[in-house]
Each structure stands twice: as C-alpha cells, then as structure tokens.
Design a binder for this molecule. Structure first.
Ligand SMILES: [Zn+2]
Length: 144
C-alpha cells in the first residue's frame, strides 16, 4: 500500500492549505494536552510523562530551587481551555475529530477569518476527491 495521498495533488488529499493543515495539527496537540489534563488520574503507560505526541515539545517547566524540571500537563487547566474550544469536555478517550473541527473553527474566527474559506485548498475547493461534485444534485430523470 502506498503512503501517497490520493485525490487533489495540490493539497495531497487533505482539502486544506498547508497553513490549515498545520493549524489542525497544533489544535490536535492542544486537545491532547486538555485530555491529558482531564484524565491525569488515569494509569499511564509512562507515569510522569505527557502523551507521546506531546513529548519533546518543550512543555517542561523550569526547575525550581529544590525541584527537578516537571512536565506541565498535570493540573494545568488545559482541560478547561480545550473544553471551551471544543464546546464539550474530552471523553475518557480524549477529544475527537468533531472537537478538533470545532476548536479549529473557533481559532480561525478569533483571528478574524472565515473558517468556511480560510485554509481551504484553492485547487479543489476543499473537495480533494471530487465527492461533492459527484453527489451534487442532477437533473431528475424524465417521467416515463
Ligand atoms: Zn486540494
């Protein structure tokens, strides 16, 4: 199986510009941090470490005079922030794609941009596989 995206070559099948793709990846990291915060009491594969997708993102607090550096995911209020962005709290599994869409939409609006048009691939108009054209209403068949 090929790793190459199918559909529109301009957006590699995402339907978005690179800017929107990057924003959605960053929003995903925010939502993961919120879910990590909300579910911080759950047993972890790596106790004391943030979600693997956040590891290495320079999220560590500076060391205090008598404390080692610490990760910021625990008790940070990120769950409150991401619940506000997503419009609902994360489930035990975290935030889902609808939460990411809602959060991205709010951030784009906060920037004074229209989420219906900002970051949409200009080549395929957000329809990288042409599915919207295929499902567009057609002329009904003539009655027989
Ligand atoms: Zn495209």
């Amino acid at each position: 199986m090929s790793d190459e995206a199918e559909g529109c070559p301009a957006c590699r099948g995402t339907g978005h510009t690179r800017a929107r793709y990057i924003l959605e990846r960053l929003v995903s990291c925010l939502l993961i941090a919120g879910a990590d915060d909300a579910n911080k009491d759950r047993p972890r594969a790596q106790p004391g470490r943030p979600h693997p997708n956040l590891d290495g993102m320079a999220l560590h607090l500076p060391a205090g005079p008598h404390e080692p550096p610490d990760v910021v995911w625990s008790g940070t209020g990120m769950a409150e922030l991401t619940t506000g962005l997503a419009g609902r709290p994360p489930s035990g599994m975290g935030h889902d794609a609808i939460d990411r869409w809602n959060s991205t939409d709010k951030i784009v609006r906060a920037a004074g941009l229209d989420p219906a048009t900002w970051g949409i691939c200009p080549a395929c108009k957000g329809d990288p596989d042409g599915l919207l054209q295929e499902s567009a209403p057609t002329t009904p068949p003539e009655p027989t």
